[in-house]
Design a protein around this ligand. Structure first.
Ligand code: CA
Length: 379
């Protein structure tokens, strides 16, 4: 059973998460790069997972203690920060239900030199120096890099004035990390992808067998009825459509979170006011960047507030009940100059593993979750 599909009595889950919180997400109190918190959580998590499956002759499941549901979900976040990536990282790293193993960074919203710097700044803001950050591909597989400074500002985090990060990049390439980690993982891992899919595609090209070690990719990308960088193409897929096609063809479980969903999750004035009112250094950062974010999108869409794309992926991992999905399939247009990068969504086919197409979102629920997590969690 997928870790996303299990459930447990909320009170039991909360009790166990309180136990894990200091180890899995020591917000604003984390130590050095040598801090073994993630390894500890992973080891304990694996032990509990194995315990849940033991003994193999199958005792009746205990209805009051679903250990798998109470273990922080180990995830790798691949991203191109970017304002909405930054908010997604804040949400993930302040949520004890998730054990972020690493952040892998790719070129996208801004060039790689800035996306990796922004990721390090965000981890420093949160005191999460225990999370390794790997720099990945500086450009797409085939095309030249397209960036989005009109949405995110010249640095990718317009509105924020964070200090130069002292936190170094982890040594090694993001693709090498993905390949080696997935190959050696004792159980499949979940990937949250928030940017162009170049790193993931290159890893899959290098070692196709790692697809079997990916529990699921929860992806922000694509559109069903609309685009944002062209009339039909969404930015992440348009930047590297060939990488996206590699990922969709690899045969892994994928959750497809498109513009049709994220365009409902708008940074309206009342939602920004609620975040501002939290009054915490992390929420102050979020307020600063979100106040500058997405003006071009607002003008394009004619909306009050800009779409907050990437945090929807993390919200889905935390609260899948805020979303509905249905099975389908996704193909990426690679040849037309007019519709390059369009994601064509069609009904599920019996000869292909279906993609879980997200069809609806409780936007108020997403902002309530985000606002709560930006506040005084664990400190
Ligand atoms: Ca992104």
């Amino acid at each position: 059973m997928s870790q996303l599909q299990v459930s447990a009595p909320a009170i039991t889950r909360s009790a166990v998460l309180l136990f894990f919180m200091p180890f899995a997400n020591s917000v604003n109190g984390a130590g050095s790069a040598a801090c073994p918190s993630n390894r500890y959580a992973s080891t304990v998590g694996l032990a509990l997972t194995l315990a849940q499956d033991w003994p193999p002759w199958g005792l009746p499941a205990c209805p009051f203690l679903d250990l798998k549901a109470m273990i922080p979900l180990p995830i790798i976040i691949d991203c191109d920060p970017g304002v909405d990536d930054a908010i997604a990282l804040l949400l993930a790293l302040r949520s004890p239900e998730l054990a972020v193993q690493a952040i892998t960074v790719v070129a996208g919203n801004v060039p790689l030199a800035l996306t990796q710097r922004n990721a390090r700044q965000i981890c420093e803001l949160l005191g999460r120096r225990d999370i390794p950050i790997y720099a990945g591909c500086p450009r797409p597989l085939v095309r030249s890099l397209v960036t989005a400074e009109d949405i995110h500002g010249k640095t990718g985090l317009e509105g924020a004035t964070l200090p130069d990060p002292a936190l170094p990049l982890a040594s090694g390439h993001a693709v090498s990390y993905l390949v080696e980690t997935l190959q050696s993982a004792p159980a499949p891992l979940t990937l949250a992808t928030l940017g162009p899919l170049t790193n993931i595609a290159v890893a899959l090209i290098q070692v196709p067998a790692i697809a079997a070690k990916i529990e699921r990719i929860v992806m922000m990308g694509g559109g069903i009825t609309q685009g944002n960088i062209t009339p039909v193409a969404e930015f992440n897929i348009y930047v590297d459509p060939h990488a996206a096609q590699v990922v969709f063809a690899a045969g892994m479980p994928i959750t497809f979170l498109s513009l049709d969903i994220t365009h409902q999750v708008l940074t309206t004035p009342d939602r920004l006011a609620a975040i501002r009112a939290v009054g915490h250094p992390v929420s102050d950062f979020a307020t600063a960047v979100l106040s500058h974010y997405g003006k071009a999108d607002e003008a394009l869409l004619g909306t009050v507030g800009a779409p907050l794309h990437d945090p929807c992926v993390i919200a889905y991992l935390l609260r899948p009940d805020l979303f509905t999905t249905e099975p389908g399939q996704v193909q990426v247009e690679l040849n037309s100059s007019l519709t390059l990068g369009q994601t064509v969504v069609s009904p599920a086919s019996p000869d292909r593993l279906p993609v879980d197409i997200v069809r609806s979102v409780d936007a108020a629920g997403v902002y309530e979750l985000l606002t709560n997590r930006l506040g005084h969690v664990g400190n």
